[in-house]
Design a binder for this molecule. Sequence first.
Ligand code: SME
Length: 181
Amino acid sequence: MVHADASNFAQGVTKEEAYEQVLLQAEGLFDGQRNWVCNLANTASLLWHAYKSLPSPSSQVNWAGFYTLDPQKTAKPQLILGPFQGKVACQTIAFGRGVCGAAASTQTTQLVPDVEKFPGHIACDGDSKSEIVVPIIVGEGDARKVVAIIDIDCADLNGFDEVDKKYLEQLSDLLTRSCDW
Ligand code: SME
């Protein structure tokens, strides 16, 4: 049964351990539930509470959530705001625009130590100094398609490293196979 305790993370654990718990809890929550709104919402909660339990810079995460592929037909494909934790954010982002748009159009993780140095960065919140964006991809070969992105922002510079990349990419794979996109 789903219980709010899933969002409780012990203080003093390593970032690796916190991510392992996120993955484990997420897998449990997705059991018998394939709706992406529901699963992304619970995942945003797990990530937010995991970061808050860690030392700086992870504790300085100020936005954790998702943009999904906008089903509305536009000239260029675009992302639309999905479930998240943090302050209100930009509603739509064209593929190729900013960090999120770059992850969507290139289908690769964007690890940005200083957002000011990223060409075209979208400053939804001036507090955000660094960012990691991981695409969620379905399909193989030519049919590969970005259906959503994981976006985590941090109020400190250099908020993310290869550990975040490794585990968020694992989380992305889990979401690819656990939801009906
Ligand atoms: N900074 C992002 C926009 C999204 S928000 O930060 C939530 C970007 O440049 O893609």
